[in-house]
Design a binder for this molecule. Structure first.
Ligand SMILES: NC(=O)C1=CN([C@@H]2O[C@H](COP(=O)(O)OP(=O)(O)OC[C@H]3O[C@@H](n4cnc5c(N)ncnc54)[C@H](OP(=O)(O)O)[C@@H]3O)[C@@H](O)[C@H]2O)C=CC1
Ligand SMILES: N[C@@H](C=O)C(=O)O
Length: 262
């Protein structure tokens, strides 16, 4: 990877994506900013060009629209200056599963899961060929906790974390770094858009703190970065418990507790 490769960031018009754009610009990276709100992208790009003297391109796209998404995929395939993909665009959905309209459920999966996988898939072959590159996938702690009661949102984020871990195993040995970032509640517009007052939540991290911590994990080349998790040993224990089960999955017979007496 070039020393300061161009960074393509989805969902860069606000919140976590805009903070990533600012941080990478300050580090001297040129940027390609992707989102639907062109006016916001233009305002951010003007500011970053002035403040950080980097080149900033805008790609207006709704990543749930397959034509728009194809344009982003083409850019990732063809633009050899892009060495880092930040898969950040995402949303939440208010209400319980039965309150959520079926089309809204499908739309959330298209945004939070399908687009993430397609963009990673578009860029991975080129990164492998160059033996370098990085993919940052913004997931969520909700993907670890069905108890939070956000079933579809959490399922999309479990997908993103799993995809990242799998891609890390597949692409890591070929020189490509993959990171999953798992924020907990962070002060962005996402909450209001999902109909939730962020100030009613018990603890909320500011965006700058979240992205600085995520980038500390990036610089250490962590596979999974959980900025709000103070006790890192808890994640290690969870990871170790899961790995302990793996050798036991190869069995000819069902477990004793499932064998019915005949
Ligand atoms: N805030 C939080 O508490 C947490 C957030 N996250 C994750 O962080 C990521 C960023 O969210 P956050 O910054 O909080 O929220 P914001 O609502 O501030 O930002 C979401 C970004 O995604 C973009 N976006 C939304 N829909 C689309 C679309 N269809 N096509 C293209 N871009 C889209 C928005 O831009 P535009 O509207 O211009 O298209 C915006 O730039 C998400 O993946 C979210 O799940 C994870 C854990 C906690
Ligand atoms: N985006 C939040 C939930 O809606 C979260 O991931 O915590």
């Amino acid at each position: 990877m070039a020393e300061n490769p161009t960074v393509l960031i989805t969902g860069a018009s606000s919140g976590i994506g805009a903070a990533y754009a600012e941080r990478f610009a300050r580090r001297g990276h040129d940027l390609v900013l992707v989102a639907r709100n062109k006016a916001r992208l233009e305002a951010l790009s003007t500011r970053l060009r002035d403040e950080a003297s980097v080149a900033v391109d805008i790609l207006q796209a709704d990543v749930t629209n397959l034509d728009d998404l194809a344009a982003v995929e083409t850019r990732l395939r063809d633009d050899h200056r892009i060495g880092i993909l930040v898969n950040n665009a995402g949303a939440s959905l208010g209400g319980t599963f039965v309150d959520q309209a079926t089309n809204d459920v499908a739309q959330l999966i298209a945004l939070n899961a399908t687009a993430v996988a397609r963009l990673a898939s578009a860029v991975a072959p080129r990164f492998i060929e160059s033996g370098s590159g990085a993919i940052i996938n913004v997931s969520s702690v909700v993907g670890l906790a069905p108890e939070f009661g956000m079933s579809v949102y959490g399922a999309t984020k479990a997908f993103v974390t799993f995809l990242s871990q799998g891609l890390s195993l597949e692409l890591g040995p070929k020189g490509v770094y993959v990171q999953a970032v798992l924020p907990a509640a962070t002060r962005t517009e996402l909450w209001e858009l999902a109909g939730i007052d962020v100030d009613t939540l018990p603890a909320v991290m500011e965006v700058d703190e979240l992205v600085d911590a995520a980038l500390a994990g990036f610089d250490r080349r962590e596979t999974v970065t959980i900025p709000p998790l103070h006790d890192a040993a808890q994640w290690e224990a969870y990871h170790a418990a899961r790995q302990t089960m793996i050798p036991g999955f190869a069995q000819v017979r069902a477990a004793e507790r499932y064998r019915t007496a005949v």
